[in-house]
Design a protein around this ligand. Structure first.
Ligand SMILES: Nc1ncnc2c1ncn2[C@@H]1O[C@H](COP(=O)(O)OP(=O)(O)O)[C@@H](O)[C@H]1O
Ligand SMILES: [Mg+2]
Length: 389
């Protein structure tokens, strides 16, 4: 049930450009108890300078300073030269020193620039190769998953017919076997469709529309009643006020589906709380379970593709759910974070950018609304403009 204890007004995000976000660094941070693992967008390729090039760039800076200093000395002229070389050929010495420094600085600068360029080209080539390899793998996975679907459909039909036969004959033992086989086949179908989603979804364009996050969470939970019943999990959805924005509904739902499936799987027999609320200029959706939790040293890795932090003998899975959740969040300019205490459960939080938070009730609109929103709006507009230029 969604409780509508509205303490805030609606969150009205501005349009999010497809595939664009706030340009923050990518990767999962380490997260200890009470500390968050933050997953942000990867840095723009053009902004990346390989760390190997940093010393060379520093050297370039030093040389440039040396050259500037020598030139300055020359410009100051004989006054400084007199102090250094009483009675000497000041102009000649200063000119020679400045020339030597400039030649040295120029040579080092060219070397450092060449190294930096080479490093960034190697970086680009490596990235292109990695992307091509990922594309090939995705194509293969997509094809394999598609091919697997046909025999699976036939298997379901046969299992259904055999189950009905067994029921007609009153053969309880056969019915038991067939129902277990049916469950295993369903699980297999789920894994196959996840592979298919994984392979296809990345290429889908964003379809932005007005989304009520609380209603979406409620629908997502309702649609998975069977899953939660099987896991014996009581699920509550709580929306602290209306939170809505322009997002891609399918992608938000896909991210949430992964978090809900995990909460049911790793928090079996315990309650699950889904909370939706506004948080500053963001919409926040969290899924909290009270299951096995995640050891601190594994938290940073669990968002990676095919990464798992549990034994496959105890928990089935492909290690794709969180990777998909993170990918969908990033596509919408958002993040997924986790907090957990091993043995006490985990809380996964999806944050999506919202353009503005409506003023708190009771505050004059000028104080709580437009004024408070102005800096965020201005920054957003500037970011948008700079992307256009
Ligand atoms: N709610 C959770 N509680 C405990 N561990 C979790 C939870 N969600 C995810 N994990 C850990 O993160 C890993 C990756 O999750 P996911 O990508 O969904 O793959 P899968 O569930 O198929 O293993 C899981 O193997 C598990 O170790
Ligand atoms: Mg999972």
């Amino acid at each position: 049930m969604i409780s509508s204890a509205a303490s805030r007004g609606p969150v009205r995000p501005e349009t999010v450009e497809p595939g664009r976000g706030d340009g923050q660094d990518g990767g999962a941070g380490e997260a200890g108890p009470g500390k968050e693992t933050s997953l942000r967008r990867p840095r723009a390729a053009s902004a990346a300078v390989r760390p190997e090039a940093w010393p060379a760039l520093a050297m370039f800076g030093v040389c440039a300073l040396l050259a500037a200093e020598t030139a300055l000395l020359a410009a100051i002229g004989l006054g400084a030269g007199d102090a250094l070389l009483p009675g000497g050929d000041h102009e000649g010495v200063l000119f020679g020193a400045s020339l030597a420094a400039a030649v040295l600085g120029g040579a080092l600068a060219s070397m450092t620039l060449l190294r930096a360029l080479r490093a960034s080209r190697a970086d680009r080539d490596g990235r292109a190769q990695a992307e091509a390899a990922l594309r090939t793998r995705d194509e293969f996975l997509g094809l394999a998953a598609h091919e697997l679907k046909t025999p699976l459909t036939a298997l379901f039909l046969e299992l259904g017919a055999a189950g009905r036969d067994a029921a007609r004959r009153g053969d309880e033992a056969a019915r038991g076997h067939l129902s277990r086989a049916d469950r295993a086949a369903r699980r297999l179908a789920e894994l196959v469709s996840r592979l298919l989603v994984d392979a296809r979804a990345a290429a889908e364009p964003l379809a932005l529309e007005e989304v009520d996050l609380g209603a979406l969470a409620n629908d997502a939970v309702d649609a998975r009643r069977e899953l939660f019943d099987r896991a014996r999990c009581d699920v509550t959805v709580r929306a602290e006020g209306p939170v809505s924005g322009r997002w891609d509904r399918t992608r938000v739902d896909r991210a949430l589906a992964s978090l809900l499936a995990n909460a049911a799987k790793y928090g079996q027999g315990r309650p699950i709380e889904v909370t939706v609320r506004a948080e500053g200029a963001q919409a926040r959706l969290s899924v909290r379970d009270h299951g096995i939790g995640i050891p601190p040293e594994r938290r940073a890795a669990i968002f990676d593709r095919y990464a798992r932090a549990v034994s496959a003998r105890h928990y089935g899975g492909l290690g794709l759910g969180l990777w998909i959740a993170r990918r969908e969040a990033l596509a919408l300019g958002g993040t997924v974070t986790v907090e957990s205490r091993p043995g006490h459960g985990a809380e996964f939080t999806l944050r999506l950018p919202a353009g503005a938070v409506a003023p708190l009730r009771g505050l004059p609109r000028a104080a709580g609304g437009a004024l408070a929103r102005a800096p965020a709006r201005a920054l957003r507009w500037l970011a948008w403009r700079s992307r256009r230029c």
